[in-house]
Design a binder for this molecule. Structure first.
Ligand SMILES: *Cc1c(COP(=O)(O)O)cnc(C)c1O
Length: 387
């Protein structure tokens, strides 16, 4: 063992930065069991409440019987099953792109897409608050990595105008995972077209939740320019879709390039086909169950109304990610802890995940919360604010 590991861990613990995993004993849901205790939870990305849906459980059983449990090989060897193929076609159709490519996780999709599309002679322009997987992808690509302040398109434009890089790739979360706010997609795309850049949009938190039939952030407006050839779209299937996995959708040549050269696609076992089979049903539920998105919108409105008069600021967000800005890390942890004592789970998010001095409670809403669940959280936060 490296002799400094114990010392490092001890320091981490002293600073209150040691992270511990709680053991979940129930399926993921708005009401869960941890260590034998029941909790009302506001901490999953299961926005539509599909992770434990009976129809998806049934589809998973059916998929298991049809395909077995493991893919047994990578996609390019012999692991690309009919279920993967059908899902890719369904995803392309659902998101309006010529082709979609399935990855095992969103982390791997971002690593794969970015490293396949840019290299040493190229430049990446990235929003400062992008997801960690996009930053890791940028570093791994060896392209010049230029980060611009959150949503600051003026700075982005200046950087795009002054670069001499061969290829220019702009990368942004569509919905920012710790803020809940959204990237201005039409403006980003217009900039990319003006400067011959490609935009990679990570819609992990918009897919299933936003836009017509939950088709994602690109479908929030009817503008056809949202499907520009300069766009590479990525979304995950383990959040609103309730299962596991991710995909990249784009023009045929982009997808073919990713298939040929993305190492996180080539050198890994294909995701179990039973999951792809399950996701076909998940896509149907996403498209048809408008009531889930309507319920989310009502929960968002109820929460925002209820928390208006708190001493802490609720960041402006129209998505199920509703961050309550506390400021100090110790205070955020204390409030999260006090909520837990009352049977409510809301995670405290601290630096370095978010900028210094902006520790927050990240409240995540799900369609399967009930109005009385939201009310209970609102009342508890008011009591804690007054104490
Ligand atoms: C969750 C997330 C990912 C990673 O997706 P996984 O499938 O969990 O690996 C990528 N980008 C964003 C913005 C995310 O929130």
């Amino acid at each position: 063992m490296f002799p400094d590991l114990a010392e490092q861990l001890r320091k981490r613990e002293q600073q209150g930065l040691l992270r511990r995993r709680r053991i979940l004993q129930s399926p993921q849901a708005s009401h869960i069991t941890i260590d034998g205790c029941g909790y009302l939870a506001f901490c999953s990305n299961d926005y539509l409440g599909l992770a434990n849906h009976p129809q998806l459980i049934e589809a998973a059983c059916e998929g298991t019987i049809r395909y077995g449990v493991g893919a047994g090989a990578s996609h390019l060897i012999n692991g690309h099953s009919a279920a993967h193929h059908d899902l890719e076609q369904a995803l392309a159709g659902f998101t309006g792109f010529p082709q979609a490519l399935l990855f095992s996780t969103g982390y791997m999709a971002n690593i794969g897409a970015v490293t396949a599309l840019v290299g040493r002679e190229d430049a990446i322009f990235a929003d400062k608050l992008n997801h960690a997987s996009l930053n890791d992808a940028a570093l791994l690509s060896r392209a010049r990595f230029i980060r611009y302040p959150h949503l600051d398109l003026k700075t982005l434009e200046n950087r795009l105008a002054s670069t001499k890089a061969r290829r220019k790739l702009v990368i942004s979360d569509a919905v920012f995972s710790m803020e809940g706010d959204s990237a201005p997609i039409p403006e980003l795309l217009a900039l990319c077209e003006q400067y011959q850049a490609v935009l990679l949009l990570d819609d992990a938190h918009g897919f299933g939740v936003l836009g017509k039939q939950g088709r994602g952030s690109l479908f929030q407006t009817d503008s056809p320019s949202n499907h520009s050839p300069n766009l590479v779209y990525m979304a995950t299937l383990g959040k609103a879709a309730g299962v596991f996995g991710a995909f990249v959708a784009a023009q045929l040549d982009v997808i073919e390039t990713v298939i040929q050269s993305a190492r996180s696609y080539i050198y890994t076992t294909a995701t179990p086909p039973l999951l792809a089979h399950t996701l076909l049903t998940s896509l149907q539920l996403i498209g048809q169950d408008e009531w889930r998105r309507e319920a989310l919108q009502r929960h968002i409105a109820q929460l925002r109304q209820g928390l208006r008069s708190l001493p802490w600021q609720l960041l402006s967000s129209e998505t199920p990610i509703q961050p309550l800005l506390i400021g100090s890390s110790a205070e955020a942890v204390r409030i999260s802890e006090q909520l837990r004592e009352r049977g409510i789970l809301v995670p405290a998010i601290r630096p370095p995940t978010v900028p210094q001095g902006t520790a927050r409670l990240r409240i995540s809403l799900s369609a399967t919360h009930r109005p009385e669940d939201i009310q209970r959280l609102v009342e508890s936060l008011h009591e804690l604010a007054a104490s």
